[in-house]
Design a protein around this ligand. Sequence first.
Ligand SMILES: [Cu+2]
Length: 460
Amino acid sequence: MKFFLNLILLTLVTTNLYATDISIENSSIRMMPPGVPMTAGYFLISNNTNKDIILTGVRSSSFKSIEMHNTIKDGDVMKMVKQESILISANSKLEFKPMSYHLMLIKPVKPISENEKIDVTFLTKSGDSISSVFIVKGMKGMKGMKGMKGMMMSMNRPDYVFPVGVKGGKNMMPKKLMFGYKFGTMDMDCCKNGTNSISNNDIQGLGYSMAPTDMSMDMHMFSAMYAVNGKFSIMAMLPYIEKEMTMKMLTGMMAGNLHSTSSRGIGDLSIAGLYKLSDKSNFKLALSIPTGEFDEKDHNMSGVLKTLPYPMQLGSGTYDITLGYSFQEVLDDWSYGFQVNALKRIDYNSEGWKLGDRRELSAWVAKPVSNSFSVSFGLDVEHQENISGKSANRSNTTHLTWAEYNHSHLRVSSNIGVNYKFPKSKSRIGIQCGTPIYRDVNGPQMEPDFKCNIGFSSMM
Ligand SMILES: [Cu+2]
């Protein structure tokens, strides 16, 4: 009996003590959308006593369980780490807030509604309990919520990475290494002039005796990316390229004859730096180093080994600079982004020519359809300038792809894509295929009928 009296006395004393010396204020629980099994709780706890308090647990009859979390920044990623205990030092305050310490309230017993009052009890290491009434508040009543949720959720989204056809990547977690492999294939037909299709007769009428009928280009792109720190990543990309072109003789004794040529080998090495401007955007500076052959030869119709025309070369032969800017916003249930690139050729190559400068814009919207899959729809705009100078090896002026002024174009393509993220892994696969919907070419010029990219990446 004395024991019980002591217990009651102790309870009275401690309750009294906590009522005056430990306070929990601004207690709020974030309203969650229907079907979401967890939400966060925030408050300010003040320990006005001369003793440390250690919180060891939290419970409420309204939730199956409540955990204490801390949000820790690991490079670019915000991670929530479960805390078994949290110390509130003597005579100090601790605010549980977005991007910091917070309560994770898991599985409500029944759906919660805005402005509902929920009793929450905190347990301390010394065996005491502290009660507080939390009020359920909508998104609007909670500042800073969006950023926290966005960052936690978006990294794991399949649409967090750009569609695979979009060049270059985004910054990663510091000290992480990522390897990628991308296979791109493109098929081109002949030919367009301005915005119209033109026939072989038209091409012959323009004075050419040879026209391409078909060209394919396959590219195996190997890439590695290393995040030096949270702001800066470096990237290297090296392609292996295979090209094939079929040409048709339009005039003379061999009119109607078809002849195929091919080239294969490594292309130009690209070294890029990515600088993170914000959580949504980055800036890219890339240098292309002329490691690809730009004097590829193959046998012509008469069996003579000759330099292949410009589009069949594997490299530019020039040092090229690319400036790029990427932006991506990941919203609750979809994302969008765009990228602009401007490529400048610094000088002529040793054969006396250079490919034209190039500007590209890619924009896309993406939507996750499950935890692993997202779909995307995008538009690409590319503006390519003509070749300047003239190759010292130009052997043939009657073949239209040898004409330096038949290369500039403005092309708009639409594409659809899928991203797949392997569950519980940092590996991803993306596929994206597109076809031109508008083009205005300085022609006659070959025209892509489709292109597809399939890419695989894995973070170490
Ligand atoms: Cu949490």
